[in-house]
Design a protein around this ligand. Structure first.
Ligand code: PDD
Length: 286
């Protein structure tokens, strides 16, 4: 089945979809994005992603390409046309193109470019990777200072995944001034003596939509949460660890820089949070 994608108002086979070579997303990474997961053919926390998208656009003085209601309609139509039961919807808005390359932003009447496509991922919720748990390495965080804005500047996170792969691991945690910021494409947590420790929100990390839901669920389940800076050495001494993201939900971490956590299998808190997150996500999906 050929995938149908959305580009600036049109639903097209992916082979026919086109964006200008002068698009600022392509030339300057002048674009923001969102990834929303799909379970049982329904969108998980669409509202959270739509609100964060609006914030990213505002922070960069970028125009919205359409209303929240229109965006919901596009998401739903793509899920339906591509028969996605489990998977992801990727959305990207760029500052568009005024037909040349110029560092200066184009005038206000330049239309943003809006692209959406789906990724079919059967078994996303029941993932073997989550049953095994992830091995992570630590690397320097050399990204720019506005990581709270979800831009498409993903070269360094991509390089981080390659460094992890080269080291025989699954992912990398980023470290700045001695403290863990987040994972390459997820928020990072460790658990010690029943306490969940994670970095507080600031411009240093993405304000994860999954993070918000998982911390609320942890609190409702009477778990103790400490939002504070933490080092890799602390995390290596943890009983367990995990990451959160829209694409992997709650992913247990079983090894950090070669140090095994607990018995080297997913810990009970990560497993429980994954379970209750998925349960609520399915119940509230639209
Ligand atoms: N990444 N931190 C970073 C750097 C991220 O790229 C992501 C998401 C998160 C988690 O945010 P959320 O829970 O809202 O997905 C944290 C997406 C999934 C991606 O780039 O594919």
């Amino acid at each position: 089945m050929t995938r149908t994608v959305y580009v600036n108002g049109e639903y097209l086979p992916e082979t026919e979809a086109k964006v200008s070579i002068f698009d600022r997303g392509f030339l300057f990474a002048d674009a923001v994005y969102e990834v929303t997961s799909v379970l049982d053919g329904k969108l998980i926390d669409f509202e959270g992603h739509a609100v964060r998208l609006e914030r990213s656009l505002n922070e960069l003085d970028m125009q919205s390409a359409c209303t929240k209601e229109e965006l919901l309609g596009i998401h739903r139509k793509l899920v339906e046309l591509n028969e996605i039961e489990e998977g992801l919807v990727y959305l990207q808005v760029s500052r568009g193109s005024d037909g040349d390359r110029d560092f200066v932003f184009p005038s206000e009447d330049t239309k943003p470019t809006l692209v959406l496509f789906t990724q079919n991922k059967p078994g996303l919720a029941n993932s073997p990777a989550a049953q095994k748990g992830a091995k992570v390495i630590s690397i320097d965080d050399i990204r720019w200072g506005r990581r709270d804005i979800k831009t498409v500047q993903l070269l360094y996170p991509s390089m981080g995944k390659m460094m992890a792969k080269a080291a025989g691991a699954d992912d990398a945690w980023l470290v700045e001034d001695g403290y863990v910021t987040e994972g390459t494409s997820n928020n990072a947590y460790y658990v010690k003596d029943g306490k969940i420790i994670t970095r507080p929100l600031s411009n240093d990390i993405l304000h994860g939509i999954t993070r918000k839901a998982v911390l609320r669920l942890a609190e409702e389940a009477q778990m103790t949460i400490e939002e504070r800076l933490f080092t890799i050495d602390e995390a290596k001494e943890a009983d367990e660890a995990f990451t959160t993201s829209a694409s992997a939900f709650v992913m247990p971490v079983v090894e950090i820089d070669g140090a095994q956590l607990g018995d080297g299998t997913p810990g009970p808190i990560a497993k429980r949070l994954r379970e209750i997150y998925l349960e609520e996500a399915r119940a509230k999906a639209i």
